[in-house]
Design a protein around this ligand. Sequence first.
Ligand SMILES: *Cc1c(COP(=O)(O)O)cnc(C)c1O
Length: 367
Amino acid sequence: MAQPIYVTQPYLPPLEEFTPYLEKIWANKILTNGGPFHQQLEQALCDYLGVKHLALFTNATIALITALQALRITGEVITTPYSFVATAHSLLWNGIKPVFVDVDPRTLNLDPSKIEAAITPQTTAIMPVHVYGHPCDVEAIQKIADNYNLRVIYDAAHAFGVQDAGGSVLRHGDLSVLSFHATKVFNTFEGGAIICPDAKTKMRIDQLKNFGHAGEITVVAPGINGKMSEINAAFGLLQLQHIDQTLALRKEIDATYRELLKDVKGIHCLQDAGEKVANYAYFPILVEADYPISRDELYQKLRDNNIYSRRYFYPLISEFPMYRGLPSAQRDNLPVAFDAAQQVLCLPIYPALEVAHIETIARLIAQ
Ligand SMILES: *Cc1c(COP(=O)(O)O)cnc(C)c1O
């Protein structure tokens, strides 16, 4: 491969389509603080995603931290080790103790059957992740939350546009958090959002992301600055016009990989979306024991051919120094997550990836 192929490449609409938005900003001199583009994007995303209330943020990490503040979460929170490190970091930034629970081998999402054993009198919430955009077992999680009076905050950073039979997957739990980072399916360069069920919660979140201001001379909480700027919001509005086309391209790439890899012994393509509305954010494969070389050898072989796959999620969050001393971070508590972290490889997937590239990648894996 002459040009390096990375695991992702951000989608950018034609530059000239962005110019009119910039001209508007230059004309009205409103750069941030919930300006017109910010308001328009919140409404446009509610409409597109099919959710009632949404608060834009500067990124998903600040949104996760603020979501925990909004619900006044304290004590211990049950979460997954199999995610990007920001999931658990948002807990530490709030002085909350993460309690890691193992994942379901089929989906690599938090395993509901393991949650109850991890609940203590200090447990106040569950923070699951819709890993790779595959929905969690939301019903089982909600049932446990209801039984034990726990809140549920979904890290939905991967789940833009994902739907189950009842509609957007973002409607589940008390809050869901999206990421619009450059590497995600829908990007605003940097950005994120909290989805919440009612106007009252949205108002508290809006106050918290704006220093706790509730008016010109009133401050009601020790808030943070999490506001999305007008430039990012304007870019989001433009991206929304292209999102259906980019999701369709991702779907085709997913189907091509599945077809080309279906008979390769020792390679397991994770979860087929089937009839559900998926977003094809990632293309994770498991390199199993009967594949001729190890996952890391395959990773290196692809690199040697200028193809940069990624080992999401290896190492597990629970392996990082600020977490690995926790009793719940130990290997015998998380056998499925440890195995997955040793086997997983995310292959390149992005709208501009060409069929010839996919064929080359599949051929390298098959031989
Ligand atoms: C990308 C990501 C985040 C962080 O999102 P930012 O917008 O970069 O702060 C959090 N959780 C998961 C699972 C992610 O993939």
